[in-house]
Design a protein around this ligand. Structure first.
Ligand code: AMP
Length: 581
């Protein structure tokens, strides 16, 4: 079968040929014709099967075939990660190269202004992650009222990442009449629920279901002690003919450590995880893709959706807790029909995970015996009070985080002490208090660095040590809390999306008001009315701006109530795997 047989138009055929695509992949063969015909499609396919082209090519053709007035957003592709969003938009640009359609991508972790500018210019196809779409929709930069085609990509990952509520909210913003293309590698009940709600008489296409192993991948298992894994990894990278490898670790701390140890062993390696900035991640990915870095060490979240052409090896440095994740991980290699190798390490504490993976695969993973670091520790790690294995990787990551906190606190304390000492040195001897002035002293500007004082107020001001500035903690490369890190962004997004509960407006009781009025009247009778004092500056300003406008009862001044803004609430949506190491 050829792409021409699928009914694609010449400009798209030309673009596909320029991409080097000769024949459609199975998902493309099955999904493109019904999608072109305007049917809803339910695609059960993983990343790596060519599913992006399976939805992008028909979308481009349908939008090109039917013009719209103005430039409304006519197709929305919702995808869980920034990396995936970028890759999807790149695919739209590549396949739509010879068509006059405009696409844009929006995702968190970067400033919104360039994205807003693009939206203002008008886009036909918008690729988005849920958080940033929600932000920009709420700010009215995104209008979805004329949407014609909606793609929900990697629905099961959305669920894993805690985005399902955001997705449901976004669905509520879409017009009822639209074509929906729905892709998910697995179909847990929540995803099935979405399918039932969203799709009308869909054409079901399934390729390479996640419960069957990717046959073309050469899978191997090495039993090895935790302490010898990096040595074995470096050894295998040197002996297995590894062109480029993606190594999966359990924690972000683990990713840093393994990458660092590989570099010490003379290899080129970089870590990629949620604590790294978007720029650092993109740089590491670019270096890896360009072959400047041979090994990319990643956590699952960071590696999700990465499209790396010709990845020769995947290493499971740690086995995943969730067996499906194993299949997703090894699916990074052997893309679009190309073979690859997946090497997994299993220590004594990971035997349960291995059992679950083999159950899912329906067969054991072939074991390699006779390597230089055979497993010697046969006693599993102790269990905690609840009977759970105390995972040494997690314990190590926690200990490292604790040590970083300790160093940070010590640095803060030292900085504070130093500031206090400096402030004490600078402060002059306290002046004896002067008798209170008969007239209220005119307010003087508090000049910077004033030393002498003439009034009691000034004397007190002068000796009062300057409020110490918050000491800047000393961070190493990996500790620095990154404002662009996905966990920080997801937290912020969750907090912004969380509804702000209306606060009770404190009303004065009528009895109090009556008493106050009476008191005022008595005062007026007792002495002549004093000249009204000039209003404080801030009040005057507010009076000017808010004149004739009362504060809306639904939006009371949060500070007056001593209550925090909703954005100061603790995290509402922090998936388990984004917790600090
Ligand atoms: P996807 O599953 O959409 O992430 O695609 C995985 C990889 O396969 C990407 O690098 C695509 O460029 C590539 N690809 C998609 N379709 C084809 C095709 N028909 N022939 C060759 N490569 C393809």
């Amino acid at each position: 079968m050829t792409f021409q047989d699928l009914g694609l138009c010449p400009p798209i055929l030309r673009a596909l040929a320029e991409q080097g695509y000769e024949n459609p992949s199975p998902i493309q063969e099955k999904a493109i014709p019904p999608a072109l015909a305007g049917r809803d499609v339910l695609g059960c396919a993983q990343t790596g099967t060519g599913k992006t082209c399976a939805f992008a090519a028909p979308i481009l053709q349908r939008l090109d075939g039917k013009k719209a007035s103005g430039r409304p957003i006519r197709a929305l592709i919702l995808t869980p990660t920034r990396e995936l969003a970028l890759q999807i938009q790149e695919s739209f640009q590549a396949y739509g190269k010879h068509l006059p359609l405009r696409s844009a991508v929006i995702f968190g972790g970067v400033g919104q202004n360039p994205q807003v500018e693009q939206l203002k210019k008008g886009v036909d196809i918008l690729v988005a992650t849920p958080g940033r779409l929600g932000d920009l929709y709420n700010q009215k930069y995104v209008d979805l009222s004329r949407l014609e085609i909606f793609v929900l990509d990697e629905a099961d990952r959305m669920l894993d990442m805690g985005f399902i509520h955001d997705v449901r909210r976004i669905l509520g913003w879409l017009p009822k009449r639209k074509q929906t293309l729905f892709f998910s590698a697995t179909m847990p009940p929540e995803v099935q629920g979405l399918v039932d709600e969203l799709l009308a008489d869909p054409v079901k296409v399934a390729v390479d279901p996640v419960s069957s192993p990717v046959e073309i991948i050469d899978q191997k298992l090495y039993y090895v002690d935790r302490g010898n894994k990096t040595k074995l990894l470096a050894h295998l990278i040197g002996t297995l003919g590894v062109k480029n490898a993606l190594v999966f670790t359990r924690t972000k701390h683990g990713a840093n450590k393994v990458a660092g140890d590989l570099v010490k062993a003379g290899l080129t390696a970089a870590a990629i995880h949620g604590n790294k900035s978007q720029t650092a991640r993109q740089q590491a990915l670019a270096d890896f893709k360009a072959g400047r870095v041979q090994v990319l060490v990643a956590t699952d979240i960071a590696a999700r959706g990465l499209d790396i052409e010709e990845l020769s090896h995947v290493f499971n440095y740690n086995l995943p807790d969730v067996p499906e994740t194993y299949v997703h991980r090894i699916g990074r290699t052997g893309r679009a029909g190309r073979g690859g190798a997946a090497v997994s390490f299993c220590d004594v504490n990971e035997k349960e995970e291995l059992k679950a993976i083999e159950k899912l695969l329906g067969r054991p993973v072939p074991v390699v015996a006779g390597h230089p670091w055979p497993m010697e520790v046969l006693e599993p790690a102790p269990r905690d009070k609840k009977g759970r294995v105390v995972n040494p990787e997690d314990a190590e990551a926690r200990a490292a985080a604790k040590e970083r906190r300790r160093q940070r606190d010590a640095a803060n304390k030292a900085a504070n002490q130093e500031k206090k000492a400096k402030a004490a040195q600078k402060a002059p001897e306290p002046q004896p208090p002067e008798p209170p002035a008969a007239e209220p002293a005119p307010k003087k500007k508090r000049g910077r660095g004033r030393r002498s004082s003439a009034t009691l107020e000034e004397a007190l001001t002068a000796v009062e040590p300057k409020k110490p500035e918050r000491a800047r903690p000393v961070y190493d490369d990996f500790q620095k809390p990154d404002p662009l890190a996905s966990d920080v962004i997801m937290d912020a997004t969750a907090r912004l999306l969380s509804s702000r509960r209306p606060l009770p407006v404190r009303e004065e009781r009528p009895r109090n008001q009556r008493r106050k009025r009476q008191e005022k009247q008595e005062q007026r009778q007792a002495k002549p009315a004093p000249k009204p004092a000039p209003a404080p500056k801030a009040d005057a300003r507010r009076g000017g701006r808010d004149r004739g406008r009362s504060r809306r009862p639904m939006e009371p001044d949060l500070r007056k109530h001593g209550q925090k803004d909703s954005t100061e609430q603790p995290s509402l949506m922090k998936p388990y795997y984004l917790s600090d190491d």
